[in-house]
Design a protein. Structure first.
Length: 262
């Protein structure tokens, strides 16, 4: 059983810089973290591996410093990692991102199951996983809230669509995007991080992919254009209440009552 997990680095706070010319986030290694939803994807893959055996590989697309989250993925317990990086990939939208990842998958070993987090906290489109499945021409199920059964030839999942809960069974190869809390993510192990700090990270660039047409990648290959994007304004006025516990409680009550929240 070969499982691939797609992960991504995202801004670690709302204080991000934006390129005013193309609307692309300006990223650096010091202000990024592993996308929280991807922790659940990693845990899902590792749980499946523990149940039926096999291997787990993590892949990410980004700047060279994105290797940091691949090191973190080793700490979770993955067996191998892939970094897809090239200046031509910069500024990619959903279509260009999913296309680049689909191209990378074609040059490494075939995978039975691809697991993605529901969405990223910077883009919030929840579309890269399904788009990747379409490029690969494999079945997929989004919003997976539970793994009902995992076998060597197929997987059965519970899909949470808000007002409707559905069960779905797919034969491999296939792709799922998982919801938060499908499993409780483990913490990266310090012992594992230390042991794997020199483990290899397979790096792929444009020249390594089957399609080398630069027009298909990055900003050039992105049919959606950002009209306007800006960092959120930080405007959170605060008032400090002082006094004894009884006095503060009275002040809180009076203010809530005045705001008609009681």
């Amino acid at each position: 059983m070969r499982v691939l997990v797609c992960i991504k680095q995202v801004p670690s706070s709302s204080e991000v810089k934006v390129n005013p010319e193309n609307g692309v986030l300006q990223r650096s290694s010091k202000d990024t973290k592993l996308n929280p939803y991807d922790e659940y994807a990693l845990e899902t893959a590792l749980q499946i591996k523990a149940q039926i055996g096999g291997s787990v590989t993590a892949i990410t697309m980004g700047a060279p410093f994105s290797a940091d989250i691949l090191r973190e993925a080793y700490g979770f317990g993955v067996d191998a990692t892939i970094l897809l990086t090239d200046p031509a990939f910069a500024g990619a939208d959903v279509l260009a991102t999913s296309f680049a990842i689909s191209q990378a998958i074609q040059v490494v070993e075939p995978f039975d199951l691809i697991v993605c987090g529901r969405q990223t906290t910077d883009g919030d489109t929840a579309q890269v996983g399904p788009a990747l499945a379409e490029w690969l021409c494999i079945p997929h199920v989004s919003w997976v809230s539970k793994i009902l059964d995992a076998k060597c030839d197929k997987i059965t999942v519970e899909q949470n669509m808000g007002e409707l809960i559905a069960d779905a069974t797919m034969h491999y190869p296939c792709l799922i995007t998982v919801e938060k809390d499908i499993f409780r993510p483990r913490l990266p192990s310090y012992v594992t991080l230390k042991r794997t700090k020199n483990y290899p990270i397979k790096t792929l660039g444009l020249d390594d992919l089957p399609c080398k047409d630069v027009q298909q990648y990055g900003l050039l290959g992105s049919p959606t254009q950002v009209e306007r994007i800006f960092p959120p304004e930080v405007n959170a006025p605060a008032e400090t209440l002082t006094g004894s516990s009884e006095e503060v409680a009275t002040l809180v009550y009076e203010k809530l009552n005045k705001l008609k929240l009681l």
